[in-house]
Ligand binder design. Structure first.
Ligand SMILES: Nc1nc2c(ncn2[C@@H]2O[C@H](COP(=O)(O)OP(=O)(O)O)[C@@H](O)[C@H]2O)c(=O)[nH]1
Ligand SMILES: [Mg+2]
Length: 249
């Protein structure tokens, strides 16, 4: 089974090389049928240059870029749209969750799941390096809102480590509109609205101190929760009326 790994990268020139080194080493040994797609999300540093300079000779690597910073959600969808693997993993470029954790998620694909999300709230997860106290509280509060407003049952939608079956999730990705922080919520909510099987898996997680997520984009995410709820409801209603040609593949 071919695996595509999509790494959204915004100003990651300093963090991404060791991550790629680790991904190549692990995948070559354990899952040699793989590709890595780095999506440079309009970085103002030389992210794509350093990646090309260091790993440009690897045939498994593609480095994609476009003009301007469009957001992590946009970058992930852009990369997934060009992936060829049967399953697609997307991961934060800092590897806060180690790539090795893909082995906890692949069995879900064999059990018929379409999407499996890494969850720091899972009883089996191991948080090695916590986020700053205030950031962790803010994250937990956001999740309460996700559950109350959107009705998603999971206790952590924001961990940047998710695996999905490319063909069955394609129609879901095509319905998505959110490009930034709340993109993860939209992914889960629309997948569920469209009848996809979604699960969560334990992960190892170590906070990487240099976060690029701004306070304002975090705030914007709250308003987007209502838009996600509306969209999920509309999709459910259209599916119930047989109007949407997105039957489960
Ligand atoms: N913050 C941010 N991250 C982006 C953007 N586009 C892509 N990314 C990538 O999204 C991932 C998550 O960012 P990170 O700073 O590690 O977030 P944090 O760990 O939640 O603080 C990284 O791989 C970033 O390079 C963007 O516009 N903003
Ligand atoms: Mg991070």
């Amino acid at each position: 089974m071919k695996i595509s790994i999509v790494l959204p990268a915004y100003n990651e020139a300093l963090r991404i090389l060791p991550s790629l080194q680790r991904i190549f080493a692990f995948m070559q040994e354990h899952h040699p049928d793989f590709e890595v797609i780095v999506v440079d999300d309009g970085s103002s540093d030389d992210t794509s240059d350093v990646v090309r300079r260091t790993f440009g000779n690897r045939h498994q690597l593609s480095v994609l870029s476009y003009g301007g910073n469009r957001g992590k959600g946009f970058a992930v969808r852009y990369g997934a749209g060009r992936a060829v693997g049967e399953v697609v993993l997307f991961s934060d470029a800092d590897l806060s969750t180690p790539v090795e954790d893909i082995d906890k998620m692949l069995p879900f694909m064999e059990q018929g799941y379409d999407l499996v999300i890494g969850s720091r709230a899972h009883a089996g997860s191991e948080i090695r390096q916590h986020q700053h106290f205030a950031r962790e509280i803010a994250g937990k509060f956001f999740n309460v809102c996700v559950r109350l407003i959107v009705g998603v049952p999971f206790h952590d939608t924001q961990c940047g480590f998710k695996l999905f079956r490319r063909e069955s999730m394609r129609p879901v990705l095509e319905q998505m509109k959110i490009d930034r922080f709340a993109f993860d919520v939209e992914l889960v909510a629309l997948a569920m609205a469209m009848g996809r099987k979604v699960g969560d898996a334990p992960v190892v997680w170590s906070n990487s101190p240099a976060s690029t997520v701004s306070f304002w984009s975090g705030l914007e995410a709250y308003t987007e929760l209502f838009a996600i709820r509306r969209r999920a409801r509309r999709i459910r209603a259209e599916l119930a009326r047989g109007e949407l040609g997105h039957a489960r593949i």
